[in-house]
Design a protein around this ligand. Structure first.
Ligand code: GRF
Length: 206
């Protein structure tokens, strides 16, 4: 019996890789419809890379400091990702903005997850900025990467309550629980059902 094609995911990480782990775990079920074919990082020695290695997934690292400039770093990252022929690239806690080469090659199929409800609190400090502002509800956003900072078309969002006694860490951990579920559910749907983007509206289906 013919089997449905499995979407090839390349996942980019910079840290602990719990979002990556959630994807690796989901991909272990053949009915999920996707497979992590490689994991890339912008730094060595992180738990995200160790998780990939434990799962037997090939890894690559491109440190900005090892390249003459950002464009060269971006070109090297693009080439490594391209060599794994991804259907989707998932930035899962990848703390760098990808550049022109990368978007020319993969634009429209690069996803990122942000720990705030876009368009609120873009940038590196979403949980801290939400806490400092005093919002009662924040959350996470899965979006298709464009050339802005956390500005791309939104695939999914999940709301998370802010508690009176929250610290940045406790709030971020609660957001990450929602983020992992959002990522697994929506990447799976994108892989199985396809998606379109029209006037910033992301819809499932081909
Ligand atoms: C996530 O909250 C992501 O949105 C943010 O950093 C966190 C990464 O967590 N940029 P992990 O490395 O997947 O555990």
């Amino acid at each position: 019996m013919p089997t449905a094609p499995t979407a090839r995911l390349v996942v980019l990480v910079s840290g602990s890789g719990t979002n990556l782990q959630a994807l690796l775990d989901a991909c272990a079920d053949p009915s999920y419809g996707a497979s992590v074919v490689a994991v890339g990082a912008d730094r060595d020695g992180i738990e995200g890379l160790a998780r990939a290695e434990r799962a037997g997934v090939p890894t690559f690292v491109h440190r900005l400091a090892d390249h003459p400039d950002r464009a060269a770093w971006d070109a090297a990252l693009t080439a490594s990702v391209a060599s794994h022929e991804p259907d989707l690239v998932v930035c899962a806690g990848f703390m760098k903005l990808v550049g022109r080469d990368f978007l020319d090659r993969f634009g429209g199929r690069v996803l990122n997850t942000h720990p705030a409800l876009s368009p609120s609190f873009p940038g590196m400090h979403g949980p801290a900025d939400a806490l400092a502002y005093g919002v009662k509800v924040t959350g996470c956003t899965l979006f298709v990467v464009d050339d802005g900072v956390d500005t791309g078309p939104i695939v999914a969002q999940a709301a998370v309550e802010v508690h009176d006694d929250d610290t940045v860490d406790s709030l971020h951990e609660r957001i990450k629980t929602a983020e992992r579920a959002m990522l697994v559910e929506n990447v799976g749907r994108m892989a199985r059902e396809g998606f379109t983007i029209t006037d910033r509206k992301v819809r499932f289906g081909r």
